[in-house]
Design a protein around this ligand. Structure first.
Ligand code: HEC
Length: 318
């Protein structure tokens, strides 16, 4: 079986090896680039989550935010204070502040956006769907079995999705525990059926990040001049050099192999400098020398044979 390979010409052998090598190399490089893209997207998603948490924390520092508007404000709120003269202040709890920031990102059609979602949301708009829902279920199980939770992500050709869990603390249960104990405004705006009955340590939901990306735009920023000049070009150059060299050796070998007495083998050794270190040149010179010697010996031999024959004939004639 091994002879099947080793009996082929060195050019074929090398050609096969080079093709295999290139295939592995392309596979290796492309999987490395995919990994890079994924790490890059993961980092980006983590930053968005951190940013969202910072906004939430900022809102929580003030136990929510009061916004100023008119009497006919149509937005969502838990409480209101009428300041008179048509000025009314509306109270937004931190999660609501975050929800409005995330809605803003989605409305602006940013390439990346986030949502705070849950399987049992106070606001039905925040219902986790598809991948988010599956991820929250998985994360809830993980929290029970492993006591810690990480994040879950997935990606397709142009969308990266990242889901990081949010866990309820005692402070959250004022609004997400027993509905009877929730602020009256909470029940008025969001009702008494969803978003409640959580316990401390439950997975409340998740910050779900969606990043639209263009893989080629990311990769073209990675495949830059140094990568091409320092890695791609030298490897191609080495392979081309080795291939050319083996082609030369194969050429010489074929010529020597097809040597026929009295015929030139078509190798010109005269132009090769005396002191060359190139083994192929040395081989070519040796071959042409050998052919010269063989041809010389042969003509001497045939000259001698001719003489003998003449004498023989002469003898016979006498
Ligand atoms: C003052 C009441 C209040 C407190 C305290 C509170 N939340 Fe909420 N939470 C809400 C309201 C109201 C919404 C719905 C906001 C909206 O309109 O999208 C909400 C929404 C959420 C959502 C999005 C899904 C949903 O239910 O709509 C999550 C997740 C969440 N809260 C988790 C928490 C966590 C974790 C804490 C504690 C760190 C917390 N909440 C504390 C009132 C509260």
């Amino acid at each position: 079986m091994i002879h099947f390979f080793t009996n082929r010409s060195i050019v074929t052998q090398l050609g096969i090896l080079i093709v295999l090598l290139l295939a592995l190399w392309v596979y290796g490089i492309s999987s490395m680039l995919n990994q890079l893209t994924e790490k890059q997207l993961e980092t980006q998603a983590k930053t968005i989550v951190e940013n969202a948490k910072t906004h939430w924390a900022w809102g929580a520092d003030y136990s929510g935010i009061w916004i100023k508007s008119g009497t006919n404000y149509a937005g969502s709120y838990i409480d209101r204070i009428d300041a008179g003269n048509g000025v009314v202040f509306y109270y937004k709890n931190p999660a609501r502040v975050l929800k409005e920031i995330s809605d803003k990102g989605i409305a602006r059609q940013n390439n990346d956006s986030f949502r705070m979602v849950s399987l049992n949301p106070s606001n039905p708009e925040n219902l986790a769907t598809g991948f988010e829902a599956d991820a929250i279920k998985k994360l809830s199980e993980q929290l029970i079995t492993q006591k810690t939770v990480g994040a879950i992500y997935t990606q397709d050709a142009d969308t990266f999705r990242y889901v990081e869990p949010v866990v309820h603390t005692a402070a959250c249960l004022t609004c997400h525990g027993e509905p009877a104990k929730a602020p009256e405004g909470m029940r008025r705006t969001y009702g008494s059926s969803n978003g409640y009955y959580y316990k401390e340590g439950d997975v409340a939901g998740a910050i779900s990040v969606t990043i639209k990306f263009d893989k080629w735009a990311i990769l073209s920023s990675v495949i830059n001049t140094p990568l091409t000049v320092l890695i791609v070009f030298p490897i191609i150059a080495i392979l081309a050099f080795v291939y050319g060299l083996s082609k030369k050796i194969s050429n010489v070998a074929t010529k020597i192999g097809s040597y026929q007495r009295g015929q030139s083998i078509g190798i010109d050794a005269k132009s090769i400098p005396e002191n060359t270190n190139n083994e192929i040149f040395i081989l070519v010179r040796a071959a042409s020398k050998l052919v010269g010697i063989v041809n010389g010996t042969f003509s001497q031999l045939s000259a001698a044979t001719r003489k003998d024959t003449k004498i023989d004939r002469g003898n016979k004639g006498e």
